[in-house]
Write a protein that binds this ligand. Structure first.
Ligand code: AP5
Ligand code: MG
Length: 180
């Protein structure tokens, strides 16, 4: 978990090789659906380009498919899910059904100015549609409004690990591995 630009995707893609487990990024999955112009892609596009969350019912269907697909793996990294309290509840019901559980919830933190700068740079480098300046700040607001409360939830369950997301990519990877 962590606000847009904090390095969830960057770190998860390194950790998936380190731990040899799949990386499930809901943002990446949705961007692929948009590129394919699928039914899910068509619905998701307008939400993503407005910096808003895609409906919870779509997300739980996607997550269920992936958790079933990876049920024989030794684990997986969820990046970008759950993202609000309803998704926490949906995930808990699904995990119970699949007889699985989460070991650790990692929250990566960084200053807002750093996050905005990283996303402005990425917009220049890759042209990601939701890295437009107005949408960058909207995504930050949505994070603090809807995602930040789930940190409290995982802290309350004793599952939360907090990691400083400022520094080089390698330094942050080491912090996460040490924490785990
Ligand atoms: P998603 O793709 O998850 O985007 P996000 O949370 O907005 O986060 P980012 O991917 O922008 O940031 P990140 O933390 O992964 O950082 P990254 O490693 O890329 O979601 C996109 C949208 O999809 C949502 O807004 C929503 O609409 C929808 N969606 C997704 N999941 C959903 C859900 N569960 N429910 C509903 N809707 C959902 O790094 C950012 C940049 O910084 C990169 O350019 C990177 O190279 C650079 N960088 C990384 N680390 C460092 C470092 N240490 N130093 C300098 N630069 C760095
Ligand atoms: Mg990401």
């Amino acid at each position: 978990m962590g606000p847009p630009g904090v390095g969830k995707g960057t770190q998860a893609s390194i950790l998936k090789d380190h731990y040899e487990i799949p990386h499930i990024s809901t943002g990446e999955i949705l961007r692929k659906e948009i590129a394919l112009n699928s039914g899910i892609g068509k619905i998701s596009k307008k939400y993503i380009n407005d910096g808003l969350f895609v409906p919870d019912e779509i997300l739980i269907e996607i997550i269920q498919d992936y958790l079933i697909k990876f049920k024989n793996k030794e684990g997986y990294i969820l990046d970008g899910y759950p993202r609000n309290l309803q998704q926490v509840e949906d995930l808990e019901i699904l995990l119970k059904k699949l007889n699985q559980s989460i070991d650790v919830a990692i929250s990566i933190t960084a200053k807002k100015e750093e996050l905005i700068n990283r996303l402005i740079k990425r917009r220049k480098d890759t042209g990601r549609s939701d890295d437009a300046i107005g949408i960058i700040s909207k995504r930050q607001d949505v994070y603090w409004d809807q995602t930040a409360p789930i940190i409290k939830h995982y802290r309350g369950k004793g599952m939360l690990k907090e990691v400083d997301g400022l520094g080089t990519i390698e330094e942050i990877t080491k912090r996460i591995i040490n924490t785990i």
